[in-house]
Design a binder for this molecule. Structure first.
Ligand code: G3I
Length: 369
Protein backbone atom coordinates (compact mmCIF):
# COMPACT_ATOMS: atom_id res chain seq x y z
CA UNK A 1 0.00 0.00 0.00
CA UNK A 2 1.17 3.52 -0.71
CA UNK A 3 -0.46 6.79 0.09
CA UNK A 4 -0.37 9.74 -2.31
CA UNK A 5 3.10 11.27 -2.31
CA UNK A 6 3.61 14.49 -0.38
CA UNK A 7 3.73 17.13 -3.06
CA UNK A 8 6.25 19.50 -1.43
CA UNK A 9 8.49 19.95 1.53
CA UNK A 10 6.55 22.99 2.65
CA UNK A 11 3.96 22.37 5.28
CA UNK A 12 0.62 23.95 5.56
CA UNK A 13 -1.46 24.19 8.64
CA UNK A 14 -4.89 22.72 8.62
CA UNK A 15 -7.24 23.48 11.42
CA UNK A 16 -9.75 20.78 12.02
CA UNK A 17 -12.65 21.25 14.30
CA UNK A 18 -14.55 18.27 15.58
CA UNK A 19 -16.95 17.23 18.32
CA UNK A 20 -15.96 14.79 21.03
CA UNK A 21 -18.94 14.00 23.24
CA UNK A 22 -20.24 17.38 24.26
CA UNK A 23 -16.88 19.06 24.10
CA UNK A 24 -15.67 20.88 21.04
CA UNK A 25 -12.13 19.92 20.20
CA UNK A 26 -9.98 22.03 17.98
CA UNK A 27 -6.85 20.38 16.61
CA UNK A 28 -4.12 21.91 14.53
CA UNK A 29 -2.42 19.41 12.25
CA UNK A 30 0.76 19.79 10.24
CA UNK A 31 0.13 18.20 6.86
CA UNK A 32 2.69 18.28 4.05
CA UNK A 33 1.49 20.66 1.35
CA UNK A 34 0.97 19.07 -2.00
CA UNK A 35 3.22 20.14 -4.87
CA UNK A 36 1.52 20.23 -8.22
CA UNK A 37 2.67 17.75 -10.87
CA UNK A 38 3.79 19.84 -13.84
CA UNK A 39 2.93 17.28 -16.52
CA UNK A 40 -0.13 15.15 -17.08
CA UNK A 41 1.71 11.92 -16.30
CA UNK A 42 3.25 13.33 -13.11
CA UNK A 43 -0.04 14.75 -11.90
CA UNK A 44 -1.93 11.51 -12.62
CA UNK A 45 0.79 9.47 -10.90
CA UNK A 46 0.12 11.31 -7.65
CA UNK A 47 -2.99 9.15 -7.22
CA UNK A 48 -1.43 6.04 -8.79
CA UNK A 49 -2.98 6.53 -12.23
CA UNK A 50 -1.50 6.72 -15.70
CA UNK A 51 -2.13 9.37 -18.32
CA UNK A 52 -1.83 8.20 -21.91
CA UNK A 53 -2.23 9.13 -25.54
CA UNK A 54 -2.72 7.46 -28.90
CA UNK A 55 0.38 7.57 -31.10
CA UNK A 56 0.62 7.24 -34.88
CA UNK A 57 3.78 5.53 -36.17
CA UNK A 58 3.89 7.95 -39.11
CA UNK A 59 4.36 10.86 -36.71
CA UNK A 60 7.28 9.43 -34.71
CA UNK A 61 9.67 11.37 -36.98
CA UNK A 62 8.02 14.67 -35.98
CA UNK A 63 10.09 15.93 -33.07
CA UNK A 64 7.53 18.53 -31.96
CA UNK A 65 5.05 15.65 -31.63
CA UNK A 66 7.39 13.23 -29.85
CA UNK A 67 8.62 15.94 -27.48
CA UNK A 68 5.11 16.59 -26.19
CA UNK A 69 4.21 12.90 -26.15
CA UNK A 70 7.34 11.96 -24.24
CA UNK A 71 6.95 14.76 -21.71
CA UNK A 72 3.26 14.45 -20.92
CA UNK A 73 2.21 10.81 -21.28
CA UNK A 74 3.26 7.47 -19.79
CA UNK A 75 0.78 5.08 -21.45
CA UNK A 76 0.79 4.63 -25.21
CA UNK A 77 -1.89 3.21 -27.51
CA UNK A 78 -1.18 2.57 -31.18
CA UNK A 79 -3.88 4.56 -32.95
CA UNK A 80 -4.13 2.11 -35.88
CA UNK A 81 -0.99 -0.02 -36.04
CA UNK A 82 -2.10 -2.93 -33.83
CA UNK A 83 -5.52 -3.43 -35.40
CA UNK A 84 -6.37 -6.64 -37.21
CA UNK A 85 -5.89 -5.25 -40.72
CA UNK A 86 -2.50 -3.78 -39.79
CA UNK A 87 -1.10 -6.88 -38.10
CA UNK A 88 -2.48 -9.70 -40.27
CA UNK A 89 -2.86 -8.28 -43.81
CA UNK A 90 -2.85 -11.80 -45.27
CA UNK A 91 -4.16 -14.78 -43.36
CA UNK A 92 -1.47 -16.16 -41.08
CA UNK A 93 1.11 -13.66 -42.35
CA UNK A 94 1.73 -11.17 -39.60
CA UNK A 95 3.36 -7.78 -40.05
CA UNK A 96 4.47 -6.28 -36.76
CA UNK A 97 6.69 -3.54 -38.21
CA UNK A 98 4.57 -0.49 -37.36
CA UNK A 99 3.19 -1.94 -34.15
CA UNK A 100 6.76 -2.58 -33.07
CA UNK A 101 7.81 0.98 -33.92
CA UNK A 102 5.26 2.26 -31.42
CA UNK A 103 5.87 -0.39 -28.76
CA UNK A 104 9.64 0.13 -29.01
CA UNK A 105 9.34 3.93 -28.85
CA UNK A 106 7.15 3.59 -25.77
CA UNK A 107 9.44 1.13 -24.01
CA UNK A 108 12.61 3.03 -24.88
CA UNK A 109 11.05 6.07 -23.24
CA UNK A 110 9.92 4.20 -20.14
CA UNK A 111 6.25 4.08 -21.03
CA UNK A 112 3.69 1.30 -20.91
CA UNK A 113 1.46 0.17 -23.77
CA UNK A 114 -2.27 -0.41 -24.13
CA UNK A 115 -2.92 -2.93 -26.89
CA UNK A 116 -5.67 -1.91 -29.33
CA UNK A 117 -7.45 -4.07 -30.49
CA UNK A 118 -7.45 -7.85 -30.84
CA UNK A 119 -10.97 -8.49 -32.19
CA UNK A 120 -13.30 -5.97 -33.82
CA UNK A 121 -15.99 -5.96 -36.49
CA UNK A 122 -14.21 -2.98 -38.11
CA UNK A 123 -10.70 -2.66 -39.58
CA UNK A 124 -10.67 -6.33 -40.49
CA UNK A 125 -8.34 -7.30 -43.31
CA UNK A 126 -10.12 -8.02 -46.60
CA UNK A 127 -9.64 -11.76 -46.32
CA UNK A 128 -11.39 -11.81 -42.95
CA UNK A 129 -14.29 -9.59 -44.02
CA UNK A 130 -15.30 -12.30 -46.46
CA UNK A 131 -15.26 -15.12 -43.93
CA UNK A 132 -18.03 -16.56 -41.77
CA UNK A 133 -18.89 -19.42 -39.44
CA UNK A 134 -16.29 -21.75 -37.98
CA UNK A 135 -13.58 -20.60 -40.37
CA UNK A 136 -14.00 -16.99 -39.19
CA UNK A 137 -14.20 -17.99 -35.52
CA UNK A 138 -10.97 -19.96 -35.83
CA UNK A 139 -9.26 -17.19 -37.78
CA UNK A 140 -10.25 -14.65 -35.12
CA UNK A 141 -9.02 -16.89 -32.29
CA UNK A 142 -5.79 -17.54 -34.16
CA UNK A 143 -5.28 -13.79 -34.55
CA UNK A 144 -5.90 -13.19 -30.84
CA UNK A 145 -3.52 -15.98 -29.86
CA UNK A 146 -0.73 -15.03 -32.27
CA UNK A 147 -0.78 -11.32 -31.51
CA UNK A 148 -1.17 -11.61 -27.74
CA UNK A 149 1.64 -14.19 -27.71
CA UNK A 150 3.92 -12.00 -29.84
CA UNK A 151 3.45 -9.03 -27.51
CA UNK A 152 3.37 -11.09 -24.30
CA UNK A 153 5.00 -9.24 -21.43
CA UNK A 154 4.89 -5.87 -23.20
CA UNK A 155 1.24 -4.96 -22.81
CA UNK A 156 -0.33 -3.34 -19.75
CA UNK A 157 -3.91 -3.85 -20.98
CA UNK A 158 -5.42 -5.29 -24.14
CA UNK A 159 -8.64 -4.15 -25.73
CA UNK A 160 -9.55 -7.77 -26.40
CA UNK A 161 -12.89 -6.96 -27.99
CA UNK A 162 -13.84 -3.54 -29.32
CA UNK A 163 -17.29 -2.05 -29.98
CA UNK A 164 -19.38 -5.23 -29.99
CA UNK A 165 -22.63 -3.63 -28.80
CA UNK A 166 -25.26 -1.91 -30.93
CA UNK A 167 -26.09 1.79 -30.72
CA UNK A 168 -29.67 2.76 -29.98
CA UNK A 169 -32.18 1.33 -27.59
CA UNK A 170 -31.76 -2.42 -27.96
CA UNK A 171 -28.97 -2.91 -25.45
CA UNK A 172 -27.97 -5.91 -27.55
CA UNK A 173 -25.01 -6.98 -29.59
CA UNK A 174 -24.06 -5.29 -32.84
CA UNK A 175 -24.67 -7.41 -35.91
CA UNK A 176 -21.35 -8.38 -37.51
CA UNK A 177 -19.65 -11.33 -39.11
CA UNK A 178 -18.06 -12.10 -35.73
CA UNK A 179 -21.39 -11.92 -33.89
CA UNK A 180 -22.92 -14.28 -36.42
CA UNK A 181 -20.34 -16.93 -35.44
CA UNK A 182 -22.24 -17.23 -32.13
CA UNK A 183 -22.91 -15.13 -29.05
CA UNK A 184 -19.97 -16.69 -27.24
CA UNK A 185 -17.40 -15.15 -29.60
CA UNK A 186 -16.51 -12.46 -27.07
CA UNK A 187 -15.79 -14.81 -24.19
CA UNK A 188 -13.88 -17.10 -26.55
CA UNK A 189 -11.65 -14.16 -27.48
CA UNK A 190 -11.05 -13.33 -23.81
CA UNK A 191 -10.13 -16.92 -22.97
CA UNK A 192 -7.69 -17.07 -25.89
CA UNK A 193 -6.11 -13.77 -24.84
CA UNK A 194 -5.69 -14.93 -21.22
CA UNK A 195 -4.04 -18.16 -22.36
CA UNK A 196 -1.63 -16.24 -24.60
CA UNK A 197 -0.69 -13.45 -22.15
CA UNK A 198 -1.70 -14.24 -18.57
CA UNK A 199 -0.25 -11.00 -17.21
CA UNK A 200 -1.95 -8.43 -19.42
CA UNK A 201 -5.18 -6.90 -18.16
CA UNK A 202 -7.97 -7.90 -20.52
CA UNK A 203 -10.51 -5.19 -21.36
CA UNK A 204 -13.79 -4.83 -23.20
CA UNK A 205 -13.74 -1.41 -24.93
CA UNK A 206 -16.65 0.58 -26.40
CA UNK A 207 -18.10 4.06 -27.08
CA UNK A 208 -21.44 5.60 -26.06
CA UNK A 209 -21.32 3.63 -22.85
CA UNK A 210 -20.72 6.66 -20.62
CA UNK A 211 -24.32 7.49 -19.70
CA UNK A 212 -25.63 5.07 -17.09
CA UNK A 213 -29.21 5.34 -18.36
CA UNK A 214 -28.38 4.36 -21.95
CA UNK A 215 -29.40 0.89 -23.13
CA UNK A 216 -25.93 0.27 -24.60
CA UNK A 217 -24.31 0.96 -21.23
CA UNK A 218 -26.71 -1.46 -19.57
CA UNK A 219 -26.03 -4.10 -22.20
CA UNK A 220 -22.29 -3.97 -21.63
CA UNK A 221 -22.80 -3.88 -17.85
CA UNK A 222 -24.92 -7.03 -17.99
CA UNK A 223 -22.33 -8.82 -20.11
CA UNK A 224 -19.51 -7.92 -17.72
CA UNK A 225 -21.60 -8.99 -14.72
CA UNK A 226 -22.32 -12.29 -16.45
CA UNK A 227 -18.63 -12.77 -17.32
CA UNK A 228 -17.58 -12.14 -13.73
CA UNK A 229 -20.26 -14.54 -12.45
CA UNK A 230 -19.15 -17.32 -14.81
CA UNK A 231 -15.40 -16.77 -14.46
CA UNK A 232 -14.77 -15.49 -17.98
CA UNK A 233 -11.37 -13.77 -17.70
CA UNK A 234 -12.15 -10.06 -17.92
CA UNK A 235 -10.18 -7.49 -15.91
CA UNK A 236 -11.26 -4.10 -17.18
CA UNK A 237 -13.73 -2.07 -19.17
CA UNK A 238 -12.58 0.74 -21.46
CA UNK A 239 -14.77 3.81 -21.98
CA UNK A 240 -13.68 5.44 -25.21
CA UNK A 241 -15.21 8.81 -24.28
CA UNK A 242 -15.51 10.53 -27.67
CA UNK A 243 -17.65 13.54 -26.77
CA UNK A 244 -19.18 16.45 -28.66
CA UNK A 245 -22.30 18.62 -28.41
CA UNK A 246 -24.50 15.79 -29.66
CA UNK A 247 -22.90 13.37 -27.21
CA UNK A 248 -21.91 15.44 -24.18
CA UNK A 249 -20.19 14.25 -21.01
CA UNK A 250 -23.07 12.82 -18.96
CA UNK A 251 -23.73 14.18 -15.49
CA UNK A 252 -23.99 10.60 -14.22
CA UNK A 253 -20.50 9.59 -15.46
CA UNK A 254 -19.27 8.86 -11.95
CA UNK A 255 -22.24 6.53 -11.44
CA UNK A 256 -21.42 4.60 -14.60
CA UNK A 257 -17.75 4.18 -13.76
CA UNK A 258 -18.48 3.25 -10.14
CA UNK A 259 -21.14 0.70 -11.03
CA UNK A 260 -18.81 -1.07 -13.47
CA UNK A 261 -15.97 -0.95 -10.93
CA UNK A 262 -18.28 -2.50 -8.36
CA UNK A 263 -18.53 -5.56 -10.60
CA UNK A 264 -14.88 -6.19 -9.73
CA UNK A 265 -13.19 -4.82 -12.85
CA UNK A 266 -10.90 -1.86 -13.39
CA UNK A 267 -12.25 0.93 -15.55
CA UNK A 268 -10.18 3.08 -17.88
CA UNK A 269 -10.95 6.10 -20.05
CA UNK A 270 -9.38 4.89 -23.28
CA UNK A 271 -9.88 7.33 -26.19
CA UNK A 272 -10.86 10.64 -24.64
CA UNK A 273 -11.50 13.63 -26.89
CA UNK A 274 -14.09 16.39 -26.62
CA UNK A 275 -14.92 18.59 -29.60
CA UNK A 276 -15.13 22.32 -28.86
CA UNK A 277 -12.90 25.07 -27.56
CA UNK A 278 -12.19 27.45 -24.71
CA UNK A 279 -13.73 27.26 -21.29
CA UNK A 280 -16.66 25.07 -22.32
CA UNK A 281 -14.31 22.38 -23.61
CA UNK A 282 -12.06 22.83 -20.57
CA UNK A 283 -14.98 22.37 -18.21
CA UNK A 284 -16.11 19.16 -19.89
CA UNK A 285 -12.59 17.73 -19.74
CA UNK A 286 -12.50 18.59 -16.06
CA UNK A 287 -15.72 16.67 -15.51
CA UNK A 288 -14.30 13.52 -17.09
CA UNK A 289 -11.10 13.68 -15.04
CA UNK A 290 -13.09 14.30 -11.88
CA UNK A 291 -15.31 11.28 -12.58
CA UNK A 292 -12.30 9.00 -13.03
CA UNK A 293 -10.52 10.34 -9.97
CA UNK A 294 -13.60 9.73 -7.85
CA UNK A 295 -13.54 6.00 -8.62
CA UNK A 296 -10.72 4.04 -6.99
CA UNK A 297 -10.71 1.44 -9.75
CA UNK A 298 -10.50 4.02 -12.54
CA UNK A 299 -6.84 3.32 -13.17
CA UNK A 300 -5.97 5.67 -16.01
CA UNK A 301 -6.99 8.06 -18.73
CA UNK A 302 -5.87 8.11 -22.37
CA UNK A 303 -6.57 10.95 -24.80
CA UNK A 304 -6.96 10.03 -28.46
CA UNK A 305 -4.03 11.93 -29.93
CA UNK A 306 -1.54 14.66 -29.05
CA UNK A 307 -2.36 17.89 -30.94
CA UNK A 308 -5.68 18.91 -32.50
CA UNK A 309 -4.12 18.46 -35.92
CA UNK A 310 -3.24 14.85 -35.09
CA UNK A 311 -6.85 13.96 -34.30
CA UNK A 312 -9.09 11.66 -36.36
CA UNK A 313 -11.55 14.55 -36.19
CA UNK A 314 -9.15 17.49 -36.39
CA UNK A 315 -11.81 20.01 -37.43
CA UNK A 316 -13.47 19.56 -34.01
CA UNK A 317 -10.24 20.62 -32.22
CA UNK A 318 -10.90 17.96 -29.55
CA UNK A 319 -7.48 17.53 -27.89
CA UNK A 320 -5.32 19.20 -25.24
CA UNK A 321 -2.69 20.83 -27.49
CA UNK A 322 -3.32 23.07 -30.50
CA UNK A 323 -1.73 22.43 -33.87
CA UNK A 324 1.36 24.39 -32.85
CA UNK A 325 1.81 22.29 -29.74
CA UNK A 326 0.60 24.99 -27.34
CA UNK A 327 -1.26 23.92 -24.21
CA UNK A 328 -4.96 24.74 -24.46
CA UNK A 329 -7.34 25.79 -21.69
CA UNK A 330 -8.47 22.17 -21.66
CA UNK A 331 -4.90 21.09 -20.85
CA UNK A 332 -4.74 23.43 -17.86
CA UNK A 333 -8.09 22.27 -16.50
CA UNK A 334 -7.06 18.61 -16.83
CA UNK A 335 -3.73 19.25 -15.11
CA UNK A 336 -5.36 21.22 -12.30
CA UNK A 337 -8.01 18.56 -11.77
CA UNK A 338 -5.37 15.81 -11.64
CA UNK A 339 -3.46 17.86 -9.11
CA UNK A 340 -6.59 18.35 -7.03
CA UNK A 341 -6.34 14.63 -6.32
CA UNK A 342 -8.95 11.98 -5.77
CA UNK A 343 -9.25 8.40 -4.69
CA UNK A 344 -6.09 6.37 -4.83
CA UNK A 345 -5.79 3.64 -7.44
CA UNK A 346 -6.72 0.21 -6.02
CA UNK A 347 -3.27 -1.14 -6.86
CA UNK A 348 -2.32 0.99 -3.88
CA UNK A 349 -5.48 0.24 -1.96
CA UNK A 350 -5.20 -2.03 1.09
CA UNK A 351 -8.17 -4.18 0.16
CA UNK A 352 -7.18 -4.32 -3.52
CA UNK A 353 -9.41 -6.83 -5.34
CA UNK A 354 -11.83 -7.23 -2.50
CA UNK A 355 -12.71 -3.57 -2.44
CA UNK A 356 -15.09 -3.51 -5.38
CA UNK A 357 -17.15 -6.37 -4.04
CA UNK A 358 -17.26 -4.92 -0.57
CA UNK A 359 -18.31 -1.55 -1.87
CA UNK A 360 -21.01 -3.13 -4.02
CA UNK A 361 -22.30 -5.10 -1.05
CA UNK A 362 -22.46 -2.02 1.09
CA UNK A 363 -24.38 -0.18 -1.57
CA UNK A 364 -26.73 -3.12 -1.99
CA UNK A 365 -26.68 -2.81 -5.77
CA UNK A 366 -25.75 -0.40 -8.53
CA UNK A 367 -25.72 3.31 -7.84
CA UNK A 368 -28.68 5.01 -9.45
CA UNK A 369 -28.81 8.61 -10.53
O1 G3I B 1 -2.65 5.60 -43.81
C1 G3I B 1 -3.62 5.73 -44.86
C2 G3I B 1 -3.07 6.59 -45.96
O2 G3I B 1 -1.97 5.95 -46.53
C3 G3I B 1 -4.19 6.82 -46.98
O3 G3I B 1 -3.71 7.71 -47.96
C4 G3I B 1 -5.41 7.39 -46.34
C5 G3I B 1 -6.55 7.55 -47.31
O4 G3I B 1 -7.80 7.46 -46.67
O5 G3I B 1 -5.82 6.53 -45.31
C6 G3I B 1 -4.86 6.35 -44.29
O6 G3I B 1 -5.36 5.48 -43.34
C7 G3I B 1 -6.36 6.00 -42.49
C8 G3I B 1 -5.88 5.89 -41.06
O7 G3I B 1 -6.89 6.29 -40.18
C9 G3I B 1 -4.63 6.72 -40.76
O8 G3I B 1 -4.92 8.06 -40.88
C10 G3I B 1 -7.62 5.19 -42.68
O9 G3I B 1 -8.14 5.42 -43.98
C11 G3I B 1 -8.65 5.58 -41.65
O10 G3I B 1 -9.74 4.68 -41.73
C12 G3I B 1 -8.04 5.48 -40.28
O11 G3I B 1 -8.99 5.95 -39.34
C13 G3I B 1 -8.81 5.50 -38.01
C14 G3I B 1 -10.09 4.84 -37.54
O12 G3I B 1 -9.97 4.50 -36.17
C15 G3I B 1 -10.35 3.56 -38.32
O13 G3I B 1 -11.35 2.85 -37.75
C16 G3I B 1 -8.45 6.70 -37.15
O14 G3I B 1 -7.15 7.16 -37.49
C17 G3I B 1 -8.46 6.29 -35.68
O15 G3I B 1 -8.32 7.43 -34.88
C18 G3I B 1 -9.79 5.64 -35.35
O16 G3I B 1 -9.75 5.22 -34.00
C19 G3I B 1 -10.96 4.64 -33.51
C20 G3I B 1 -10.57 3.55 -32.54
O17 G3I B 1 -9.71 2.62 -33.15
C21 G3I B 1 -11.81 2.84 -31.99
N1 G3I B 1 -12.74 3.79 -31.44
C22 G3I B 1 -13.12 4.90 -32.31
C23 G3I B 1 -11.87 5.64 -32.79
C24 G3I B 1 -12.24 6.85 -33.62
O18 G3I B 1 -12.91 6.48 -34.80
Amino acid sequence: MTTPRPRSSRSRLITATGCLSAAVLTVTLAVPALAAGSTLQAAAAESGRYFGTAIAASRLSDSAYTTIANREFNMITAENEMKMDALEPNQNQFNYANGDRIVNWARQNGKQVRGHALAWHSQQPGWMQNMSGTALRNAMLNHVTQVATYYRGKIHSWDVVNEAFADGNSGGRRDSNLQRTGNDWIEAAFRAARAADPNAKLCYNDYNTDNWSHAKTQGVYNMVRDFKARGVPIDCVGFQAHFNSGNPVPSNYHTTLQNFADLGVDVQITELDIEGSGSSQAQQYQGVIQACLSVARCTGITVWGVRDTDSWRASGTPLLFDGSGNKKAAYTSVLNQLNAGGTTNPAHHPAADGWGQLHGDLLGGPEVE
